[in-house]
Design a protein around this ligand. Structure first.
Ligand SMILES: NC(=O)c1ccc[n+]([C@@H]2O[C@H](COP(=O)([O-])OP(=O)(O)OC[C@H]3O[C@@H](n4cnc5c(N)ncnc54)[C@H](OP(=O)(O)O)[C@@H]3O)[C@@H](O)[C@H]2O)c1
Length: 329
């Protein structure tokens, strides 16, 4: 089969190889999926480049954890009726060497989730990391119905998906972005209000929107950068839930303020969701797809042979939306 792989960490153009590799055979508990689309996320490029000291964990790595496709065969102890099922995939290359950037991938049956009839295979490849991160970060303590929340980075893949999920759950959603195109993306996702976070009146503008009622939850893409602003927006007993802090990995926390406001910090690492959380998330995602459908947020589609360009595009920071890779065309 055709696949993309790397045998050492480095720049995409230096280490990613496109070539032929043996088609995998599903082992006990696994399914073999004919991959339609591979979904690219920052964690894939960070793992490839060795971001913040990440180790090269296997001699040969086929990257990408997210994807979609059709189950072609199953290993022992997997229901044979799954053959032919359309699925979306998550965590395919988490603590395993071979991910979705290939014609075929074998994954534990539990990582191949039935895709709703209403969801295209293209969109299916964009569900995994963004949606599971959004669910874990926003629904850990609350069902959100009636809550007023801020989702920072509404033009980002996780943020945009989170807006859609929060609106489906019945939240009043304010989002922050850095420019006009991202503002349009956040509004298209369903945000009730979208503001530029570089505006000096950001906090006052949000308080105008809420008529001075502080926020129940902030779902944040830039913890270290936004901590002071967020402390001016969150209510007592509120939750600051975060999944990234790329530009400021060591954040200073004004402890006394956190203490006296009885605030909670919720940090999310989607690869490590507990079983109950994962079960609830999958149920929610299924209902969301069937009830209203996922609005596509796909910016670019590449052929498998162009995966270097896809990685470079993601790392440029200039792409607004998901990048997917056609693994069959
Ligand atoms: N913990 C986890 O499990 C987990 C899961 C998924 C992703 N992540 C991480 O989360 C980050 C985002 O992932 P993604 O796929 O959503 O990336 P993305 O599509 O590039 O989106 C990131 C967004 O964050 C915005 N942003 C950056 N700084 C901001 C700030 N101070 N306030 C508001 N918005 C800000 C960016 O816009 P501007 O630059 O224009 O402001 C951009 O729109 C990455 O670092 C990724 O590795 C972590």
């Amino acid at each position: 089969m055709k696949a993309i792989w790397y045998e050492k960490q480095g720049d995409a153009s230096d280490v990613l190889v496109f070539g032929e590799i043996d088609k995998p055979v599903p082992q006990n508990g696994e399914v073999l999926v004919k991959v339609s689309f591979s979904g690219l996320n920052p964690s894939d490029t960070k793992r490839r480049s060795g971001f913040r000291g990440q180790k090269h964990a296997f001699p040969k790595i086929i990257p990408h954890s997210d994807g979609s496709g059709v189950i072609e065969s199953v290993g022992r102890n997997v229901d044979k009726n799954r053959v032919g099922e359309r699925v979306w995939l998550y965590s395919a290359q988490w603590q395993r060497p071979f991910g979705t950037a290939a014609n075929f991938v074998c994954v534990p049956s539990t990582l191949a989730i039935p895709l709703a009839d209403t969801t295209s295979l293209e969109v299916g490849a964009t569900i995994g990391i963004p949606a599971l991160t959004g669910y874990a970060g926003m629904f850990k303590y609350s069902k959100l119905n009636g809550s007023t929340i801020l989702i920072t980075g509404g033009g980002g893949c996780v943020g945009n998906c989170a807006i859609q999920m929060a609106k489906y759950a019945g939240a009043h959603v304010i989002s922050s972005v850095s420019g006009q195109e991202k503002m349009t993306a956040a509004l298209n996702a369903g945000a009730d209000h979208v503001l530029r976070y570089d505006n000096t009146h950001f906090v006052e503008d949000i308080m105008d929107i809420t008529t001075d009622r502080k926020l129940d939850l902030i779902f944040d893409v830039a913890f270290g950068h936004n901590i002071e602003t967020n402390l001016n927006l969150i209510k007592e007993h509120g939750i600051i839930s975060t999944y990234a802090s790329d530009n400021k990995s060591i954040a200073e926390i004004p402890f006394q303020k956190f203490l006296q406001m009885n605030l909670s910090i919720c940090s999310v690492f989607m690869y490590l969701l507990e079983d109950k959380m994962m079960h609830d998330a999958l149920q929610f995602l299924n209902n969301w797809q069937n009830d209203i459908g996922i609005k596509p947020f796909i910016a670019k589609q590449y052929h498998l042979s162009e995966t270097i360009l896809a990685h470079q595009d993601l790392e440029s920071g200039n792409i607004i939306g998901n990048i997917i890779i056609d693994c069959q065309g």
